[in-house]
Design a protein. Structure first.
Length: 368
């Protein structure tokens, strides 16, 4: 919500969030309660939901993905309930917001006493700068991006609609495809009452026919998850304005948010987690050659000060830790210290499955 922008009020007189989660889901029939409490430990990465969830999903019939969550379903790390928020996200958010508030206060005091420079002016004008920047970013997508719709990129559009429904959102965010020029990226943002997802064309290509549509559904679920979790809120981002000036604390909050978004992506299409991480690791053509388990296992053995430093200064969890968290659904992803393998864990008998001799996925054929 932006300053001076009216917003419809609910019955209690409070301003209503059009992207807030709703509670109108019909409870699933004959759903065993134990399914929602199921935990996945390392080495037991689920390949499909249990037989209690046979319904096909979205535009890809036959893909075994859990249905929409029943009303008041508790949050967790399994793919069968509502996605959980990372355990460190709110504590880190409180720390960052408090530090940002002190920074605003100091900037106002310095401005009032005439002792100011470009940083003081930037903090004093932060509400306006953030509002202006979000507006320009949104306008750029509207005039340059290809908006997903039932007639343009219909598969991706349906994935956005399905993800919004999966997370109980009252309003489906806009979605755009923009020229990637080789970059593998996607992001979510907003302006005013609008929320939107942007997928770079190179990343969108992984969802083409005979390729990895599940990976694209995971990534779109991840980005829609940022919106569902409130990460794109103007007021939240204003409270996080100091993040670029807090190299470790600020980045830790962003990493916690990424883990939360991964939980949403996993909830939306858990069968695409492996291919999505493979795409981030090796690109859109080599993703099928990445050994997910082999790379995830390295999270527990790659150690040292510089490994810790690379993760601590990163805005996203390093890929090995991220893969470990997506495979081990019994606990939240590690934010500061590398994961520890369970007792007796090691390389599986016979070694890892080899991709030797396989060929990368062929690029999509030109329609011209």
């Amino acid at each position: 919500m932006q300053p001076f922008e009216p917003q419809p009020s609910d019955q209690a007189g409070r301003q209503a969030d059009p992207y807030a989660q709703q509670g109108g889901w019909v409870p699933a029939q004959n759903t065993p309660a134990a399914s929602y409490a199921q935990q996945y430990t390392s080495g037991s990465y689920p390949s499909a939901p249990p037989a209690a969830y046979p319904a096909p999903y979205g535009s890809y019939p036959g893909v075994p993905v859990p249905p929409a969550p029943p009303q008041r379903q508790p949050r967790g790390l399994s793919p069968f309930g509502l996605p959980a928020r990372h355990s460190w996200e709110i504590p880190m958010l409180v720390v960052v917001v408090v530090l940002t508030a002190f920074a605003y206060l100091i900037a106002l005091v310095l401005l009032a006493t005439g002792n100011f420079d470009q940083y003081v002016l930037a903090f004093a004008a932060a509400p306006l700068l953030l509002w202006f920047g979000r507006g320009v970013n949104y306008a750029s997508q509207r005039v340059n991006g290809v908006k997903m719709s039932p007639t343009q990129f219909p598969e991706g559009y349906q994935m956005v609609v399905d993800a919004a429904a999966r997370f109980g959102m009252a309003k489906v965010p806009d979605a755009y495809v923009v020229l990637g020029n080789g970059q593998i990226n996607a992001f979510a943002s907003g302006h005013g009452f609008r929320r939107y997802v942007v997928v770079y064309s190179d990343l969108f290509e992984i969802g083409g026919a005979a390729r990895e549509p599940d990976a694209l559904a995971f990534i779109i679920g991840h980005e829609v998850g940022h919106i569902a979790a409130g990460h794109t809120s103007y007021w939240r981002q204003l409270g996080m304005f100091l993040v670029p000036f807090l190299p470790i604390v600020g980045n830790s909050l962003i990493r916690a948010q990424e883990y939360t978004a991964d939980n949403h992506g996993f909830c939306n299409r858990h069968t695409g987690a492996s291919a999505a991480m493979g795409t981030l690791a090796a690109g859109k053509y080599m993703n099928r050659l990445v050994g997910f388990d082999e790379m995830a296992d390295r999270a527990a053995v790659e150690k040292g000060f510089f490994v810790w430093m690379v993760n601590a200064l990163s805005s996203h969890p390093v890929l090995t830790w991220r893969m470990w968290a997506l495979r081990d659904r019994s606990r939240h992803g590690k934010l500061f210290l590398r994961p520890a393998p369970p007792a007796g864990a090691g390389v599986p008998a016979g070694g890892y499955a080899s991709s030797y001799g396989q060929v990368p996925a062929s690029p999509p054929k030109s329609a011209l």
